[in-house]
Ligand binder design. Structure first.
Ligand SMILES: [Fe+2]
Length: 913
């Protein structure tokens, strides 16, 4: 309890014990402290907390009064004045122009309007129904002029407000707010000390633009069936506001959450080449996204017009990036643009910009351990700038400054992707989700032979038998020694289209890997497939001579490029960003902010709709960065849709289920959590399981606290509506799938919530924050390839024999494409300075009425600290060669906390980049 008090403060913990909603009654004790006068307002002395507890616990059931009783009540009617504090967060003013605007706003608003025409109107709402009118009890409306308290430069302003309530008002449970200014305000909170706390944390729009009054409920959690009578209608009204009417263009400042298909990725008005399938329609299944209602395209009304300077992208107001998060993103975007300037000019001048030698690639990055911008004195201290300067040095320094930071991976692998590194990255890289245990040899395609023709693998025993330490293939498979990276079915249907471009060439690859006695994976054969009709399949094996050495290197580069595309489109975008969005939309539409499950999920829902909207504008849209940088090119949307159709299942998104599905773990009751990993040193799974079970423990305790049995789960109307809508509307294209988990018991709910929080936090971090540090060196991980393997007889074969390294470099993106790619993955790998990590909550007041939950959450935070320590120890353990060996970076992606910037660690609560 001491710890809890430290976290929450004494007052809130005490308030938490006043769990019963009762009414204020005129007892003799109260009369000593209150001065009552009939029909007159008087000052109110705030009672002590223990007095309030006594008063509130005398719950009186609602009884409609007869006329006599009403008259009695009227005769005894008195009014009290009760004081509260409103906190408003001031806009972050970042430059002089904004400062001037703020001052002008303050001045003109004060001059032009009387206090009755401007200001913030508030009314307290009782938790009780008025027995005379059978309506919710309200205080008098009060208005206060926030601008009088507004200080430019201050982070927040607080104002005192006084309400008049009658003596039978009951317990305050909400506040209704109307903004009569011309500008939106950010309402941070409202409190009546010791009585009620309301964490608002929301933008309130001017009523001239959005006339609906806002409702903010007290922090206490209520299941729908426990909602106090006075708040029931408001609870429904608030959700109605959030659902909107499903029509028209959504305007900035609104807070409506609704669904739509992905009809905004193509741009038919620019021409046929710019049309993309509408994801979420027949033939192209997809999760739904947040509806914006933008006007249709001119040439094809099925498409939404793209965002431009006149038509902005709608995102519900409270989802929008603000403050330091927005500033940090803007700075990184600017830095990225600047870093691309010189490579762009060079590419234009040379009309090509291909890398000729490895040093051309390495020159993109900063030299290590050099303070680039600051000249040094002889004694090594930093000198002040002095004139005259060496202009050549300045140029070098400026160039150096705008270079990319050296990703940790580059210093360890100067040239191409080494065999052991390919295997290690499948277990501890940015895509640890594709590796599977080999269960059938040769591998079998799941593509429809009537459409794609026979897809018999070219892999044969002779390709791998010499690498199995004397075992047969059957024996090696039985002993869990063989694994596969299989991108055959993901790419093959699209290869004709992808390879039609002169500057994009890809195979559909399969890589067989062998588990060595050291616990590392070693690639032993690569199958490269092209569509039927061409000399379609070949197998490349580890080298025996100089030529086969380079062919093996180029084949591995193709594997890595296949992996980069699937990682970005499927494991990163689809499985985390896109598949979470329907659950987020449904949560806002169906779960009241008072609902305990909404309170649990809230930090895991934040900013995802915003980052996904930005992705639709610039990353996954036609001509966007994903299309232009990665192999799948204009087939990216189709690959996403095919993976969703053929492969994605919600029940398999739980870590243990995913590992078992891929054959990477087996049920084993002797193990701590009933699961045994097939590869013991599998860093993503090793660390992930620790967090998974800690998270599951938190969620189970939480769910069991609010739901005693299955009946409570089944009868929770909001909870059932949330899950049903997420499945039937948000994931409508899979609505009838049999694999959706039921939601009937506390255990079902625990499983669903653990999976969602896992996906939003840990899973996303595992595939997101290593993108630059572990994937920012194109010779090791190229987002696309320009050439296939050279063949004898090809015009370029002679060039290959003369300069194989040059040939390999000419397969990679050119200088400008590379710097563009690096700038993007660098931004995507950033942590914002205001990041909230798993195990952290800025505002624990959500559980003000439930101190046991705060204890549980605190224990979860401690679990994560212990897990961080354990990960640190694992990274120092030389037996774990996939995370502790010469020249390899430690695996820290699942360490919960991090500083800002690109750190290759840290698990934020939500998907926000
Ligand atoms: Fe992401």
């Amino acid at each position: 309890m001491t710890m809890v008090k430290e976290i929450m403060g004494q007052c809130m913990v005490e308030a938490a014990f006043s769990s019963d909603v009762s009414r204020w009654s005129s007892t003799s004790t109260q009369r000593k402290r209150f001065c009552f006068k009939r029909q007159r307002t008087v000052s109110m002395l705030i009672p002590t907390f223990s007095e309030l507890k006594t008063m509130f616990r005398q719950q009186v059931p609602f009884v409609k009064l007869d006329e006599f009783s009403k008259r009695e009540l009227d005769l005894n009617q008195v009014t009290l004045t009760i004081a509260g504090t409103v906190t408003i967060k001031n806009s972050r003013i970042t430059d002089n122009q904004e400062m001037m605007m703020a001052m002008m706003f303050q001045h003109f608003d004060t001059c032009n309007n009387s206090v009755r025409e401007r200001g913030i109107f508030m009314q307290l709402v009782s938790t009780e129904i008025d027995p005379r009118t059978t309506e919710t009890k309200l205080s008098n409306p009060v208005v206060f002029d926030w601008l009088k308290h507004f200080k430019i430069g201050a982070e927040r302003s607080t104002c005192k407000v006084e309400f008049e309530i009658d003596s039978n008002f009951g317990f305050p449970g909400a506040v209704i707010v109307t903004n009569k200014y011309d500008k939106e305000i950010f309402l941070e909170g409202f409190s009546i000390e010791g009585v009620v706390d309301i964490a608002c944390n929301s933008w309130v729009q001017p009523d001239k633009v959005h006339p609906e009054a806002r409702i903010f409920f007290s922090n206490k959690a209520y299941l729908p069936c426990h909602t106090p009578a006075g708040l029931k209608e408001l609870r429904k009204e608030e959700l109605k506001q959030l659902r909107g009417n499903g029509k028209g263009v959504r305007r900035g400042g609104e807070r409506v959450y609704d669904y739509d298909v992905y009809n905004d990725l193509g741009n038919p008005d620019k021409g046929k080449e710019h049309v993309r399938p509408i994801l979420g329609t027949k033939g192209y299944p997809s999760p739904r996204r947040c509806r914006t209602g933008r006007p249709p395209a001119t040439t094809d009304k099925r498409y939404e017009s793209p965002v431009n300077s006149l038509v902005e992208s709608y995102v519900p107001r409270d989802e929008v990036f603000e403050g330091v998060r927005k500033e940090a993103l803007d700075v990184e975007k600017l830095k990225g643009t600047t870093r691309n300037l010189i490579p762009y000019i060079k590419s234009c001048i040379t009309k090509c910009g291909d890398f000729k030698q490895l040093s051309d690639v390495q020159n993109i990055y900063k030299r290590k351990h050099v303070d680039k911008m600051k000249p040094q004195n002889e004694n090594g201290t930093t000198a002040k700038w002095s004139l005259p300067m060496n202009m050549g040095k300045i140029q070098n320094d400026v160039e150096e400054y705008f270079k990319f930071n050296t990703p940790p991976i580059i210093s360890r692998n100067g040239c191409c992707l080494q065999d052991e590194e390919l295997g290690r990255q499948a277990l501890a890289g940015i895509n640890p989700l594709s590796i599977k245990r080999l269960e059938t040899f040769p591998p079998v395609s799941g593509l429809d032979p009537s459409i794609r023709g026979s897809q018999k693998s070219a892999l044969e025993e002779e390709h791998i038998i010499d690498h199995l330490d004397g075992m047969s293939i059957k024996q090696a498979m039985a002993e869990n020694k063989l694994f596969i990276l299989d991108y055959h079915d993901a790419y093959l249907p699209f290869l004709n289209g992808i390879n039609a471009r002169d500057d994009r060439k890809a195979y559909a690859t399969r890589t067989i890997l062998y588990l060595t006695r050291l616990g590392t994976l070693k690639p032993i054969a690569i199958e490269l497939s092209l569509p039927q009709g061409e000399p379609s399949k070949q197998v490349v094996t580890p080298p025996l001579d100089a030529t086969s050495h380079w062919l093996w290197q180029i084949a591995k580069a193709h594997v890595s490029s296949n992996d980069a595309g699937v990682h970005q489109l499927v494991h990163h975008w689809l499985r985390t960003h896109a598949c979470m969005e329907p659950f987020i939309i449904a949560a806002h539409r169906q779960l009241s902010i008072m609902h305990p499950i909404f309170k649990l999920l809230k930090p895991h829902l934040k900013h995802t709709i915003q980052i996904n909207a930005l992705a639709r504008e610039a990353l996954i849209n036609e001509g966007g960065i994903i299309e232009s940088d990665f192999s799948p090119n204009k087939y990216s949307t189709e690959i996403i849709s095919a993976a969703y159709r053929d492969w994605w299942r919600f029940d398999m998104e739980a870590l243990p289920a995913d590992l078992v599905r891929r054959g990477m773990a087996e049920p084993d009751p002797t193990q701590p959590h009933g699961l045994r990993l097939v590869v013991e040193d599998y860093p993503y799974a090793n660390d992930g399981l620790l967090i998974w079970f800690a998270l599951e423990n938190l969620v189970r305790t939480y769910v069991n606290y609010y739901y005693r049995d299955g009946m409570m789960v089944q009868s929770d109307s909001e909870l059932q509506a949330w899950y049903s809508e997420a499945v039937h509307v948000g994931h409508a294209d899979h609505a009838n799938a049999s694999w959706w988990p039921r939601l009937s018991t506390p255990s079902d709910l625990t499983s669903i919530l653990t999976t969602l929080i896992w996906v939003a936090s840990v899973q996303h971090s595992a595939v997101n924050f290593g993108q630059y540090p572990l994937g920012g060196y194109v010779p090791m991980r190229s987002p696309h390839m320009k050439k296939l393997l050279p063949k004898e007889g090809d015009p370029e074969y002679k060039d290959f024999l003369e300069d194989p390294e040059g040939y390999l470099l000419s397969c990679l993106p050119n200088l400008f494409e590379t710097t563009k790619f690096l700038a993007v993955v660098n931004i995507l790998s950033q942590h914002s300075p205001d990041e909230e990590y798993l195990g952290q909550r800025k505002d624990l007041s959500d559980w003000a009425g439930d101190p046991e939950i705060i204890h549980t959450f605190y224990e979860f935070s401690m679990d994560l600290k212990r897990i961080e320590k354990e990960i640190e120890n694992r990274n120092k353990d030389p037996k774990r060669r996939n995370r502790c060996a010469a020249g390899i970076p430690p695996y820290e992606l699942l360490m919960a906390t991090s500083g800002p910037g690109v750190t290759c660690r840290g698990v934020p609560n939500s998907i926000s980049i």
